[in-house]
Write a protein that binds this ligand. Structure first.
Ligand SMILES: NC(=O)c1ccc[n+]([C@@H]2O[C@H](COP(=O)([O-])OP(=O)(O)OC[C@H]3O[C@@H](n4cnc5c(N)ncnc54)[C@H](OP(=O)(O)O)[C@@H]3O)[C@@H](O)[C@H]2O)c1
Length: 339
């Protein structure tokens, strides 16, 4: 057996950000690595995820996930290789998905580790297209928004991990039209030319409501909201009678320091009999195996494409996270520790 490393680094939250996170709110710290205790495995993380929901965990407020503790390693999705095991279910060399990211080495309770197969998909895909963001797209579109063949679908944050999958899933299941919004002309081009969206626009180029009306002259039946704010207001304006919205995220306001005004056209919900429903991926674990089976087949056949923006090195974890909030990613933002 090869010797275990003596120390490993992890990212700690050292101050709660007010508004946009700053470098001094975080610290990369080194600590000893020890043999795993009984029922645990020691994992060398190969990739970890930075996700928008982590911004909420940096605030000291009650939410659906507890806040990060100050001066403790942060956590989140990660995939890695077992390098020592004190649990009979795992052997050295196994690849596992688990929840102790933001660090080089993780001592993971075996019951919270899931084996993943590197021969079926690149390991990083288990953090994106075949992981939590992919399931969010799948459950949000098919279950929460009750998508049906022939629907016209609008998704915001369309070039990101969740949004890029929402648009493609809708096309694969027979949407009449799929429209996406994103924050650069390059991303808009990618949506249309690479991912098969029927129309897309750059929300920075003009009012969202006007651009959406031009892209969907016959209105939309489903809105998948990753952004909130003016996108949600525009979608309420463009939704057809009996339209549905899956409210998945509101990234436009995660760094706001003041409370955000709501859409000004809520009264339209009445006459159009709209349904706006919040979505939490953790409610949809029952769909996991159906999701992996269906989506992995579409990935293998090339019908569903996914992108990753990979930032190398644990020391760049903070930059990757802030880069995600700034829109520096196309597809899933991943931090890789493989070099
Ligand atoms: N409810 C759930 O269970 C659940 C689960 C997963 C994710 N989510 C939510 O789903 C959304 C997408 O998550 P993701 O992991 O796929 O992230 P992502 O879309 O891959 O990355 C975030 C993207 O948000 C966009 N963005 C940032 N600020 C914006 C603003 N002010 N206005 C419009 N767009 C902005 C950026 O793209 P541009 O360049 O286009 O601006 C950025 O690339 C987030 O809101 C997240 O919180 C919810």
């Amino acid at each position: 057996m090869t010797a275990l490393p003596t120390t490993g680094r992890s990212w700690h939250l050292v101050a709660r950000p007010h508004g946009w996170p700053k470098p001094e709110d975080f610290a990369l710290r080194e600590a000893p690595v020890t043999e795993p205790g009984e029922g645990r495995v020691l994992v060398r993380n190969l990739h970890f995820s930075v996700d928008p929901y982590m911004r909420g965990r940096m605030n000291d407020v009650k939410s659906y996930v507890p806040p990060f503790k100050l001066d403790q390693p942060m956590d989140g999705g990660a995939v890695g290789e077992v390098i020592a095991s004190a649990d009979e279910r795992f052997a050295v060399g196994d690849h596992v998905l688990h929840g102790l990211g933001w660090r080089e080495y993780a001592e993971v309770p075996a019951k919270y580790a899931t084996k993943v197969d590197a021969s079926l998909a690149p390991l990083s895909a288990y953090l994106g297209a075949l992981g939590m963001p992919g399931l969010t797209a799948y459950a949000g579109l098919f279950e929460v928004a009750s998508f049906k063949e022939g629907d016209a679908v609008f998704v915001s944050g369309a070039a990101g991990a969740v949004g890029s999958q929402v648009g493609q899933l809708a096309k694969l299941r027979g949407a009449s039209r799929v429209i996406g919004s994103a924050g650069s002309d390059e991303k808009v081009k990618h949506l249309i030319e690479d991912l098969g969206f029927d129309a897309a626009f750059n929300y920075k180029n003009g009012p969202v409501a006007e651009q959406l009306r031009a892209a969907a002259p016959d209105g939309i039946d489903v809105y998948f909201d990753n952004v909130g704010g003016d996108h949600l207001e525009a979608a309420i304006g463009s939704l057809n009678v009996h339209g549905r919205a899956a409210i998945c995220g509101m990234i436009a306001q995660y760094n706001n320091t003041e409370s955000t005004p709501g859409p000004r056209n809520m009264a339209l919900i009445i006459g159009k009999r709209l349904r706006l429903q919040g979505l939490l991926v953790s409610d949809h674990a029952a769909l996991q195996s159906q999701f992996v089976e269906e989506v992995s087949a579409w990935i293998r056949s090339g019908e569903l494409k996914y992108s990753e923006t990979v930032v190398e090195g644990i020391e760049n974890g903070y930059d990757a996270f802030v880069g995600l909030l700034r829109g520096e990613n196309t597809g899933k933002m991943i931090v890789s520790l493989t070099r």
